[in-house]
Write a protein that binds this ligand. Structure first.
Ligand SMILES: *Cc1c(COP(=O)(O)O)cnc(C)c1O
Length: 423
């Protein structure tokens, strides 16, 4: 049976046997018992499914992985300690020294640092493109050493919407793996595999958990990429000497996820903790309901701010005048999520005054949980940049990022209203 997404939210990833607990127990154990030596040996050789050490797999983490894989329509998922470790392990699964990543420049700041500063120290280069650039320009960045194209469905804080068709066509033409960070859209609003992506990355610390309770990340394998015989991916086509000569491209499915778990989880760790997997699994129960409410609240707030005389501009794809409205109608027709950015007329001081006057909405670096929160990048995450550098980074100094929660929308708007009176 294939179920709809809201059904998968509450039923996916775990099915107890008779007499077992209805929701997944927290398997708070590093290790697992086996009577027969051969049973353990089969697990080590990947000849049998099961658990032998929690750094590689754990039943509670597996329940969460199963739910996210089903929601995204992928063939397998890997629960990671954080969104950042998910992106890092995904990159290492395909890239080594001398390889490169072709990435959108409109990505999460932490991922940008990973690609622009840390990976180059290990000999992995990143070539950034403006996601609004024409395909011909993006294509020029690809060469025989390109192993990954990386993008975000809804970019933060520019709230740009990805043109999947444009990127998927390039990825197909060159036979390059197409990865999408789907954190701010979630599979409820957009499923990247349906638009040609091969890999989905999540920071489950955001909407999937939803409560700001558990850090986590997920890599989802779409199972829709042809590694077999693709010269770009020699490491999938040559025997893995560290795994008894296993050739990943010869596996019947989940080739990427298997290589990622067998090599990267084994060597680098960074698996999700059972406790966080439990909380995130539970959080996903309400994901479909929450995304509906985040989206409708943000749409109302965006419309309110757009008509306010003290507001310079508002970025949210629900607004008909927004540059990405057309793309959102195609790729996120059921709602555009709770993230929006806006500019307050005046200088940095006006933005600070507004932020401090808020009573319900709190100042936080986090986004995408049930509570509304704001951040002023120019005085926090981007405070070392000059006014000109801020403009270049697409973060004007008057930009306020608002993550709209699931409170009553009238209360959110009333708080914005009273705070704007102080400006
Ligand atoms: C937060 C975030 C990340 C990083 O995730 P962590 O769980 O904080 O490591 C990656 N991508 C996006 C879009 C994010 O919002």
């Amino acid at each position: 049976m294939s179920y709809k997404k809201d059904t998968i939210c509450v039923q996916g990833g775990y099915r107890p046997a008779t007499g077992e607990s209805r929701i997944p127990p927290i398997s708070q154990s590093t290790t697992y018992f086996y009577e027969k030596t051969q049973d353990m040996a089969d697990l080590f050789d990947l000849r049998a499914d099961g658990y032998f050490y929690t750094r590689l797999a754990n039943p509670t983490v597996a329940a969460f992985e199963g739910k996210v894989a089903a929601l995204e329509g992928g063939v397998a998922a890997i629960g990671c300690a954080s969104g950042m470790s998910a992106s890092t392990l995904a990159a290492f699964t395909v890239c080594g020294a001398g390889d490169n990543i072709v990435s959108s420049s409109a990505i999460y700041g932490g991922t940008f640092n990973l690609f622009a500063v840390t990976l180059p120290k290990l000999g992995i280069e990143t070539r950034f493109f403006d996601p609004d650039a024409p395909a011909e320009e993006i294509e020029k960045l690809i060469d025989e050493k390109t192993k990954l194209i990386f993008t975000e469905t809804v970019a933060n804080p520019s709230i740009k919407i990805l043109d999947f068709d444009k990127i998927a066509a390039i990825a197909k033409k060159y036979g390059v793996l197409f990865a999408v960070d789907n954190t701010l859209a979630t599979p409820i609003l957009c499923r990247p595999f349906e638009w040609g992506a091969n890999l989905v990355i999540h920071s489950s610390s955001k909407y999937l958990d939803g409560h700001a309770a558990a850090l986590g990340g997920v890599i989802v394998d779409g199972g829709n990429f042809n590694f077999k015989g693709n010269e770009r991916y020699a490491s999938f086509n040559e025997p893995d000497e560290s795994y008894h000569g296993l050739v990943y491209a010869d596996l019947p499915s989940a080739q990427f996820a298997t290589k990622c778990r067998a090599q990267m989880m084994r060597d680098m760790g960074a698996i999700m903790s059972p406790q966080n997997a439990f909380l995130s699994w539970l959080g996903c129960d309400t994901l479909a309901l929450r995304m509906e409410r985040h989206s409708s609240n943000a749409k109302k707030v965006a419309a309110y701010l757009a008509s306010h005389p003290k507001i310079d501009w508002v970025w949210h794809a629900s607004l008909p005048e927004n540059k990405y409205h057309k793309l959102a109608e195609k790729y996120l027709p059921d709602g555009q999520g709770g993230m929006l950015s806006f500019g307050i007329k005046g200088d940095v001081k006006q933005a600070a005054k507004f932020m401090e006057a808020l009573q319900l909405i709190t100042q936080e670096t986090h986004v995408a949980d049930v509570r509304s929160c704001v951040l002023h990048p120019a005085s926090t995450t981007h405070r070392q940049l000059s006014k000109e550098e801020l403009e270049q980074a697409g973060v004007p100094e008057n930009l306020v990022r608002l993550s709209v929660g699931i409170e009553n929308p009238d209360d959110i708007i009333a708080d914005l209203e009273q705070a704007l009176r102080h400006v």
